[in-house]
Design a protein around this ligand. Structure first.
Ligand code: AKG
Ligand code: FE2
Length: 299
């Protein structure tokens, strides 16, 4: 298995920075040695059963799940989390990536995870956080026999720090990504309704802040929650949550290496946020207002 890494892109053009997640390893099914070591999982990958299940269900037709043959199949990975607090920070699964079958992050639509071990002694849950919908937050305990499928292009998610004291409760799973032919990562149009633009303009006046946010921002947030476009705002709206999870993920193990890794991860996060335009920030502030309202309502 090889270390699981995260790639950060600070702009559309820049080459990604790669940082490894301590104590998390993965094996890519495109590699022959993985196929040999995991023949059952490999047979499932090659059978396209999971793709078929999504394609044949009319309810999922809008997702446009694509079929791929042989080497062109989307990623299928085995994952081992050794514990010691190892975790994934908040992310979407289609945040860029290359164009080869192995690294085609941009078309991912659905993530299917099959858990394979006893639950960790502590933590390790997968947390799903639909955009601006705190009432829909879900936690999944990673226990053998559990299968979870979610729209990873638009649902922010992470795993919580995992601790285990026995070999059989090291967190193991395999992950199947389903892609669509429409490039979910392409430049996104999610036009603001004109009333919301007017609302922003009014708020920008001399009496800044005196004009309230329009309740229509709630509807806009709802639309965004099922669109990959929410990725543009997620880091700004959930900035503290992102930061805390990056610290948790990269400081595992302590010492100089962990400190350096954490510093780099946080610097990338900051750079991402700094690169946001003023207009984007303004919209993110309005969406943050929606999120805070909803958190209050759910108390
Ligand atoms: O291990 C999990 O439960 C989630 C992993 C994940 O989010 C990913 O591989 O992108
Ligand atoms: Fe993910």
């Amino acid at each position: 298995m090889s270390p699981n890494a995260i790639s950060f892109k600070t702009s559309q053009a820049s080459t990604p920075h790669i940082l490894i997640k301590p104590h998390i390893f993965e094996a890519d099914m495109h590699l022959e040695k993985t196929q040999t070591h995991a023949p059952v999982a490999c047979a499932l990958w090659k059978s396209n059963q999971v793709v078929d299940a999504f394609q044949q269900n009319e309810q999922h037709a809008y997702l446009n799940i694509a079929s791929h043959a042989n080497e062109d199949r989307p990623a299928f990975k085995l994952q081992l989390n050794e514990g010691n607090g190892a975790c994934f920070p908040w992310h979407h699964d289609n945040a860029g990536g290359g164009t080869t079958a192995r690294d085609r992050g941009s078309r991912r639509k659905i993530t299917v995870i099959v858990y394979l071990s006893e639950p960790p002694t502590q933590g390790g849950e997968l947390v799903l956080m639909p955009f601006c919908k705190p009432e829909l937050e879900r936690r999944v305990t990673p226990v053998v026999g559990t299968v979870v499928a979610f729209r990873s292009e638009c649902v922010l998610h992470r795993t919580l720090p995992s601790f285990c004291d026995k070999a059989h409760n090291q967190r193991t799973c395999f992950t199947i990504w389903l892609e669509s032919d429409d490039a979910a990562n392409a430049p996104l149009s999610c036009a603001l309704p004109p009333e919301l633009l007017t609302n922003l303009r009014e708020r920008r006046g001399d009496d800044a802040g005196a004009v309230p946010y329009s309740p229509m921002w709630r509807e806009f947030a709802d639309k965004l929650s099922t669109s990959p476009a929410n990725r543009i705002f997620a880091r700004l709206v959930y900035r503290e949550m992102f930061e805390a999870s990056l610290r948790e993920c990269f400081s595992v193990g302590g010492g100089e290496t962990a400190e350096k890794r954490t510093r780099v991860a946080l610097a990338m996060h900051e750079a991402h946020m700094r690169s946001a335009s003023d207009a984007l920030r303004e919209v993110a502030d309005a969406l943050t207002w929606v999120l805070r309202q909803r958190i209050e309502e759910n108390k």
